[in-house]
Design a protein around this ligand. Structure first.
Ligand code: ZN
Length: 239
């Protein structure tokens, strides 16, 4: 099977559609949380993902929109966007977001938004965080989102946890690892292109990708929606 792995789509349909086109034919999509929040097209992004055979888990922005967690933990800009999202989504979409589990296991993979220390809020960006995460990992591999940074850590070489570049490949071998594909809709590693990964479980490899998308289109829709200008600006910087 070829499985498209996406995280932190953040209601950015132009980015999501560029990713789907770039990935080519896939058998399923795994979404690592934060389908909504920040971006202007939450309804369209949920609809698009649900056209696929989809496995999805909850991110902090999904739960905030659904009213399942408060927005006190958000910075003022994220809070404003979360409240906009909550007001924009029809009740049936909020109900869908409420059904998303905090983590799930699919075959050899655990999917979780933050980490297994804290599925909703923990940022898995250090070897210490990875060490704690691996203590809770019962599967060989795991996939996380939340930091918006493409990263990988191997359980037997934690200090070598490293940033991942376009085209990098992670083999499905004996080693336990955790990887973050990066963010589709709001990259934060200085590269504004949408980030994603494709898992090919027959070849036995996870491949990381970047693809350019029509950033100005998403920015125009954000302005139209009245979303905060700093959130509009950051898309062009990838920060
Ligand atoms: Zn996010």
């Amino acid at each position: 099977m070829r499985i498209l792995i996406v995280a932190d789509v953040h209601a950015n349909l132009a980015a999501l559609d560029a990713v789907i086109a770039d990935a080519g034919t896939v058998d399923a999509v795994w979404c690592l949380g934060d389908v909504v929040g920040y971006g202007p097209q939450p309804v369209e992004c949920i609809d698009r993902l649900r056209e696929f055979d989809l496995v999805a888990i909850a991110g902090n922005h999904d739960l905030a929109a659904a009213g399942a967690v408060g927005v006190e933990m958000f910075n003022p800009l994220a809070r404003e966007a979360a409240l906009w999202t909550k007001q924009t989504l029809p009740e049936s979409y909020l109900d869908y977001l409420r059904t998303l589990p905090p983590s799930t296991v699919v075959g050899d993979f655990t999917l979780v938004h933050g980490s297994l220390k804290d599925p909703v809020w923990d940022y898995l960006v250090s070897s210490d965080a990875a060490r704690t995460h691996f203590r809770g990992q019962s599967t060989r591999y795991s996939l996380v989102g939340h930091s918006h940074l493409p990263l990988g850590f191997a359980d037997d070489a934690l200090d070598d946890g490293s940033a991942i570049a376009d085209g990098d490949r992670l083999p499905l071998g004996e080693d336990r690892w955790v990887a973050n594909p990066g963010s589709v809709g709001q990259p934060r590693d200085g590269d504004p292109r949408a980030a994603y990964a494709v898992l090919d479980d027959e070849v036995g490899v996870l491949t990381f990708h970047r693809v350019a998308y029509h950033i100005e289109l998403t920015q125009a829709l954000m302005r139209e929606a009245g979303l905060p200008q700093p959130l509009v600006d950051r898309l062009a910087r990838g920060r």
